[in-house]
Design a protein around this ligand. Structure first.
Ligand SMILES: Nc1nc2c(ncn2[C@@H]2O[C@H](COP(=O)(O)OP(=O)(O)OP(=O)(O)O)[C@@H](O)[C@H]2O)c(=O)[nH]1
Ligand SMILES: [Mg+2]
Length: 326
């Protein structure tokens, strides 16, 4: 999976979603329950305008339920957004989608005026799985193609509920370095420029701080967990990630650990809480403000220099011959 979001791609995806937005009554935004904030793209709220959204925190089978509840309350209070813990593997959840959607679009839902929904989300959150599961069959061509190039086809889930045949693919938020790491740790984004071992280090730091018991249990630690490097080398040792001479292969150890994290073998977790995100956003603002202050200072310093240069030019300017004659 490639997530090289160049500005051109982003603009194209945005335009396409913008176009189909006029044809839909509701957006079903699929998020990864393990990264409820980083798997969003804030652009969606702008793109959808007044179109209601149902937010599904997919892969709930891999997520820590208490933390999910936190997010549901937070969104309800902050933005009046309806969100549900969800799994495309859960029959009951799938059956509930129709009712959730109907509640948000009460004026439609008959065979003549079906609810038209678009599934949207960043790569790998489960958009195709959701579409196939709702329709009860594998829909052709629900790969990585961004939404709509031609006329949109609608696929019938039930007489009063149809889906656009292609999901709206959004790009992940890659401006916040911490969010990029979380996207990489969960496996939402694999082809990042971030070094594999760095990803594992950030992941392990997180688990040691937030879910130390998972690490202790999974890798059968008998004593206290040490530093990240120590823990990673013990994981390597225990899992036979060794190079000739008995040297621990840290890259292999990182692989073992990340595999356990991504598959959920380590335990059910959520990497972010509303409080954490608020704090990070505050920090981002502080950095931005500092950069802006620096820029302003540079501009202010440049003005007298420019003025001096201009004065010099004026003094040395030669008066053209024709004007001299007059
Ligand atoms: N554990 C778990 N895995 C899921 C769930 N739903 C989907 N997956 C897995 O998540 C991966 C991505 O699912 P897709 O449906 O291909 O995701 P997508 O959003 O269509 O991805 P792109 O087409 O790359 O944008 C697959 O390996 C799915 O099997 C779920 O509820 N739980
Ligand atoms: Mg897909």
């Amino acid at each position: 999976m490639s997530v090289q979001w160049f500005p051109g791609h982003m603009n194209k995806a945005r335009r396409e979603i913008e176009n189909v937005m006029t044809q839909v009554d509701i957006v079903i935004e699929v998020l990864d329950a393990r990264i409820p904030d980083s798997s969003q793209n804030p652009m969606l709220s702008q793109l959808r305008g007044d179109v209601p959204v149902l937010r599904l925190l997919n892969k709930k089978d891999l997520a820590d339920q208490d933390r999910i509840e936190n997010w549901l309350t937070h969104w309800q209070e902050q933005d009046s957004i309806t969100a549900k813990p969800f799994s495309t593997l859960d029959k009951q959840d799938l059956a509930n989608v129709k009712q959730w959607v109907a509640k948000l679009v009460p004026h439609r839902g008959s065979a003549e005026k079906p609810i038209r929904a678009m599934i949207a989300g960043i790569p790998n959150v489960g958009k195709s799985s959701l579409m196939n599961a709702l329709l009860g069959r594998r829909v052709a061509k629900v790969g990585d193609e961004p939404a709509v190039t031609k006329a949109q086809q609608k696929l019938k889930v039930s007489p009063g509920f149809v889906l656009l045949d292609t999901p709206g693919i959004l790009w992940p938020k890659i401006e916040n370095p911490k969010a990029s790491y979380r996207l990489a740790v969960t496996g939402a984004v694999r082809d990042t420029a971030i070094d594999y071992q760095d990803v594992a280090t950030v992941g392990l730091e997180f688990f040691i701080e937030h879910y130390p018991e998972y690490v202790t249990t999974r890798y059968k630690f008998k004593k206290e967990l040490g530093t990240v490097d120590q823990v990673l080398s013990i994981i390597g040792e225990k899992r036979g990630a060794l190079r000739p001479g008995g040297v621990i292969d840290m890259h292999k150890a990182a692989e073992v650990f990340l595999h356990d994290v991504r598959s959920g073998a380590i335990g059910r977790y959520v990497m972010e809480t509303p409080a954490m995100i608020l704090e990070e956003e505050r920090q981002v603002e502080v950095v931005k403000a500092a950069k802006e202050a620096k820029r302003q200072a540079r501009l202010a310093a440049a003005v007298p220099q420019r003025q001096q240069r201009q004065n010099r030019t004026e003094r040395t300017q030669v008066i053209p011959a024709e004007s001299r004659k007059k």
